[in-house]
Write a protein that binds this ligand. Structure first.
Ligand code: ATP
Length: 480
């Protein structure tokens, strides 16, 4: 079973993955800063996603759009009018909640669960989630802009640019990773729901009629991606949205849900969305095209382009259908952390945390450790090995700030797959007793010169590997 979020929050703070943001000023509700290890982990999650969807396929292009966009994008996408959650106030505790969710929060006034005082609620009212800001120095209506609440729209408005500049034919997709902002009514549960977060989105364009097959393809692909990078099958499931839950333009949507709340008694409440994979039909490219679109009851008077696609072979014209796998980089990072968490008794009998992250996601791949820090030959050799690994693209660190057993424990706790130890046998000098002369040292066993010990995080097994073959040995086991 995975750890619950509380355990992960404290591990993250203790070991430099994620800190409460603006902490020394008392924080700012539900904002988080990724620390030295968190930034590496999240970058690795994003890299693994990009590799799977852009590099390992031939039918996806990448892009990176601006966060601030012309307000008209949000007018025609429908966000200005409808990107809202139903907000209710509790007349008793004065709390504000989403009417479409159930809460297990403590009521600040009555110090009990919100459900207990939720009988006295106002009627729900629509609360738009977009953060408004102003572009330019003068406060005037024309300068209103929003921080994007999703990355998808810059993909849609660049559809034609990418088709034209990259000679793309349908079917193909566009992928983007970037920040999105939503003024959530009730953020919380660590990085699960925040007001600033990162999305990893694909908009996959296909011919109407092929959309159901592509939808099934992407559900399969995305599900397998999480399993490949270490999520345990029993903690991931598919939830097919019911017709009444779908956005008005969507034909279907399947959510990949992760068991984010294993501590909840009601098994149904343990699950929440990790990624949504929607069939958005031809809504997006239609509404951003100039002209009247009766199907969507939209008349676009501002767009300068038509995003209609002309099949180069048949000359047939149509608005492509869109399959959208939309994932959260922060939620994925949290799920990988929760799933990797394990404890087992250490050599001293004390419980030891071992973060069994997939090597491709681990913030640090290899820690190179000298057996003793007061022996300059050991230190120099270890530093040289660290530098060589790093030069060849393997994220490695050097550490000599504690005894070897403690250094191993620290690396287990942060998920480092391998520790490399440089000892006396590596140098062929044998270990001298304190005060003894070096020439009195016992000879090093034959065959160990220029070899190091490699320790595996998960099995704690140690093998002796020649330094000359170390890079290949590690690269074979680190995977991508
Ligand atoms: P919810 O119903 O939980 O509010 P949503 O259905 O509105 O989520 P989408 O619009 O489908 O979410 O966003 C796609 C993905 O972006 C989500 O699956 C999630 O991983 C991520 N995401 C959305 N909102 C947030 C948030 N406030 N904080 C962190 N990640 C988020």
């Amino acid at each position: 079973a995975a750890a619950d979020i509380g355990i992960i929050v404290s591990l993250c703070k203790r070991r430099g993955f994620i800190f409460p943001a603006s902490e020394i000023y008392g924080g700012l509700g539900s904002t988080w800063d990724y620390g030295p290890l968190g930034v590496e982990l999240k970058n690795n999650v994003k890299r693994a996603w990009w590799k799977a969807v852009v590099y390992d396929r031939d039918d996806i292009e990448g892009m990176d759009g601006a966060i601030l966009m012309n307000r008209l994008v949000w007018k025609y996408s429908g966000h200005e009018a409808t990107f809202s959650d139903p907000l209710v106030d509790c007349r008793e505790c004065k709390g504000r909640f989403r009417a479409d969710k159930t809460y297990e929060l403590d009521c600040p006034r009555y110090k009990r669960k919100v459900a207990a005082c939720s009988a006295n609620l106002t009627e729900p009212r629509a609360f738009n989630l977009m953060f408004k800001t102003q572009v330019g120095p003068v406060e005037e209506d024309a300068a209103v802009a929003y921080l994007r609440p999703e990355t998808a729209q810059s993909i849609f408005v660049n559809f034609k640019n990418i088709v034209d500049s990259r000679w793309r034919k349908i079917p193909f997709g566009i992928a983007q990773i970037g920040k999105a902002f939503r003024n959530e009514i009730v953020p919380g549960n660590f990085t699960f729901r925040t007001r600033e977060f990162e999305q990893m989105e694909i908009e996959f364009f296909c011919k109407p009629g092929t959309d159901a097959d592509w939808h099934a393809h992407w559900i399969e692909e995305r599900h397998n991606w999480y399993l490949r990078y270490g999520i345990q099958a029993e903690n991931l499931r598919r939830y097919v949205q019911q017709p009444e839950e779908l956005a008005h333009y969507a034909r279907a949507c399947t959510d990949l849900q992760y068991r984010f709340f294993p501590e909840r008694e009601d098994e149904e409440k343990q699950w929440d969305e990790l990624e949504g994979i929607a069939n958005r039909t031809d809504y997006d490219l239609s509404v951003h095209s100039k002209g009247k679109h009766d199907k969507w009851q939209v008349h676009n008077e501002h767009s300068t382009q038509s995003l209609v696609y002309r099949d180069p072979v048949t000359n047939e014209k149509y608005f492509p259908y869109v399959i959208e796998p939309s994932a959260g980089a922060d939620r994925a990072t949290l799920a990988f952390l929760m799933d990797a968490y394990s404890e087992k008794p250490g050599p001293d009998g004390e419980p030891r945390v071992v973060l069994k992250l997939h090597p491709a996601l681990a913030p640090i791949k290899v820690a190179v450790l000298p057996l003793a820090r007061n022996k300059s030959e050991l230190v120099e050799k270890a530093k040289a090995i660290k530098a060589d690994l790093q030069r060849h693209g393997i994220r490695a660190v050097y550490d000599d700030t504690a005894a070897i057993g403690k250094l191993y424990a620290r690396q287990d706790e942060i998920g480092t797959p391998f520790c490399v130890t440089v000892d006396y046998d590596t140098l062929g000098i044998g270990k001298t007793k304190d005060g003894a002369k070096e020439e009195d040292a016992p000879a090093s066993p034959a065959g160990l010169l220029d070899t190091v010990t490699v320790r595996d995080r998960d099995t704690w097994e140690q093998v002796r590997v020649p330094i000359a073959g170390l890079r290949d040995f590690l690269a074979d086991r680190l995977g991508t």
